[in-house]
Design a protein around this ligand. Structure first.
Ligand SMILES: [Zn+2]
Length: 341
């Protein structure tokens, strides 16, 4: 039995193709998951265009935003059964004895390996998943939506756990990609007034931010940030994926405000960090998510308080991965979703 998969096979640009891979063998603490849907992430695009900044175990099946049904259980798996509807966290390999893991922050274990770069991911029909990564998906939540639990968890961690927001805070989100828009949606849930900032070519994606009740700004957000008392935004969430936007964030934030950086960009900085000192700004990085965040986000998705439908630009069979990747890469859609063939 074989399995069509979207495989990233080398470190050179464009090294992604459909390959038939054998059915994965599961270990005693794993389950075999039949994938229902898998989201395309900015990081999948970065590995495709070879401008990523993390080590990849080539060849690897892409995809870490997924959900589906359990079809087989390892001999030592308890608490799960065949047919359970689940989504999976991304930390496929961790060292359970690492001090970060032991304190519940296994997402920050430096030896962590994730699906889609460290081990085979979910852009295929069957994927091997350690049972500790699983979360139940309620029957009323479709897999097309549930597969986007992961980016929602990235946003929840950035906005709720790593930023202290108060109702009425003015929040600027830089970057109208999936993470930017979801950060904006979560900040709205926290009672903030939110503006999402993008470029001229981002008009389509900014219109989706408006569906979450956000202000959409093309270019300079200084006016909106300073509208109240002339001092700037309470918080800037940087989800733009380039180092240079930190400069903009430092300009937009008010004295004693905060900046949370969730977008990656490997480029070196070429500007002074003095405004950080002068304005007494708290600069916070935010990376991934852990178990309690997943449980909370699934509850928000199931209750409809957090709705991912507006960001889903389409669902493609994995054999049409190229079109799905291309549309997201060009910013024609915020999020592409795939389904196995
Ligand atoms: Zn992702």
């Amino acid at each position: 039995m074989s399995n069509a998969a979207v495989v990233n096979y080398a470190a050179t640009k464009g090294s992604v193709e459909i390959r038939n891979i054998p059915l994965p063998l599961i270990g005693e603490e794993d389950v075999l998951l039949e994938v229902a849907n898998v989201g395309v992430c900015g990081s999948d695009l970065h590995q495709w265009t070879a401008d990523h900044s993390w080590p990849v175990n080539y060849p690897v099946v892409l995809g870490h935003e997924f959900g589906g049904e359990i079809v087989e259980l390892g001999s030592r798996v308890t608490g799960w059964k065949v047919g359970d509807r689940v989504v999976s966290e991304t930390a496929a390999v961790i060292d359970p004895n690492n001090p970060m893991s032991r304190s519940g922050l296994y997402n920050l274990d430096p030896t962590r390996k994730g699906f889609g770069y460290g081990v085979d991911g979910a852009m295929t029909r069957y994927v091997r998943v350690p049972a500790r990564c699983l979360h139940h998906v309620p029957a009323n939540l479709s897999f097309e939506q549930a597969c986007l639990t992961e980016p929602c968890c990235v946003a929840y961690n950035a906005v709720v756990e790593n930023t202290r927001l108060k109702p009425g805070d003015r929040v600027v989100v830089l970057g109208p990609g999936t993470i930017g828009i979801l950060c904006a949606a979560v900040a709205k849930l926290c009672g903030a007034e939110v503006a999402v900032v993008g470029l001229e070519q981002d008009t389509g994606r900014l219109n989706i931010a408006k569906q979450y009740g956000c202000e959409a700004i093309i270019g300079n957000a200084t006016g909106w940030s300073k509208e109240r008392d002339g001092l700037g935004a309470d918080c800037v969430i940087d989800a733009a994926g380039a180092s240079i936007t930190l400069k903009t964030a430092m300009e937009l934030v008010r004295p004693n405000g905060c900046i949370t950086k969730v977008g990656w960009g490997p480029q070196p900085l070429g500007f002074s960090l003095d405004p950080l000192v002068q304005k007494n700004i708290a600069l916070q990085g935010s990376f991934s998510h852990n178990w309690p965040i997943w449980e909370r986000v699934i509850a928000l998705l199931a209750s409809g308080q957090l709705n991912v439908r507006p960001i889903i630009g389409g669902v493609w069979p994995i054999t049409q991965w190229h079109e799905a990747f291309e549309k997201m890469h060009k910013g024609e859609v915020v999020k592409s979703v795939l389904k196995p063939v």
